[in-house]
Design a protein around this ligand. Sequence first.
Ligand SMILES: NC(=O)c1ccc[n+]([C@@H]2O[C@H](COP(=O)([O-])OP(=O)(O)OC[C@H]3O[C@@H](n4cnc5c(N)ncnc54)[C@H](O)[C@@H]3O)[C@@H](O)[C@H]2O)c1
Length: 273
Amino acid sequence: MPNNLLAGKVGIISGALNEKSIAWKVAQRAHAEGARFVLTNAPLAMRMGEINKLSEECNAPIIPADATSVEDLEKLFTGAQEQLGGKLDFMLHSIGMSPNIRKGKNYGELNYQWFQQTIDISALSFHKMLAVAEKQDAFNEWGSVVALSYIAAQRAFLDYTDMTQAKAMLESIARSYGQRLGKLKKVRVNTVSQSPTKTTAGAGISGFDAFYEFADKMSPLGNAPAEACADYCISLFSDLTRYVTMQNLMHDGGFSTTGISQEMADLMEKANA
Ligand SMILES: NC(=O)c1ccc[n+]([C@@H]2O[C@H](COP(=O)([O-])OP(=O)(O)OC[C@H]3O[C@@H](n4cnc5c(N)ncnc54)[C@H](O)[C@@H]3O)[C@@H](O)[C@H]2O)c1
């Protein structure tokens, strides 16, 4: 049910690959709440063409940018401000990829060149976006930036390998830039730590189905779906959360503060019987 929460606001939404993407749902919700925005993704992802559907649906121009390239990001931020007619009020970083995960490397056998790519794509890209935005003075006062994270930043999870370190760095960048941009422009920067979600990036992790089920059984509210994550991001882009900054916000149905759930205890008892 739209409430015009983002009426008059403009921004950039990265990472919408297909209908399953969390960013796709954020774009649909932002559009419904009255925002105007530019969509962006890596040129390679563009070739799949699905983003054109979203662009039409939301009346949102697309500006391709490899988020590891400062040059591409400079064009993205100047292009977005031109197309939207002024400075930005919000930005979503919804970008993650690990060549090590894609190639099924375990934690003890990581390829270090790929490790660096994981960090560059999934964490440094956030720093680069914020650095370009700052240099271009691209944000309006009281703007809001959100990046998507995962609880592996705080806890060890089998098979999440080098993305674990990437997410820890992403959350740290949010704190450092939150401090900087808060002082400079009253811009807030947060990360949202989302439940396992069945998307292209999620499903690429080996053993994903098992830890999806595990998290679902452990969380009193169950895993948070992508649509609910989008709702939360919209609240963070809105003026209702103006003093929330430098936080890693758990959006996980209660997973992160549960010790053990009755469902898991019952399963263990059954297995031991
Ligand atoms: N799916 C989950 O279980 C889950 C849980 C918590 C957090 N997240 C995070 O949510 C974010 C979005 O992932 P998703 O689950 O919607 O999957 P997704 O695969 O739909 O989105 C990942 C996006 O990253 C983009 N990308 C990859 N390399 C890029 C580059 N060099 N430049 C620009 N864009 C690039 C991809 O094209 C894709 O659109 C990621 O940061 C992911 O780690 C996902």
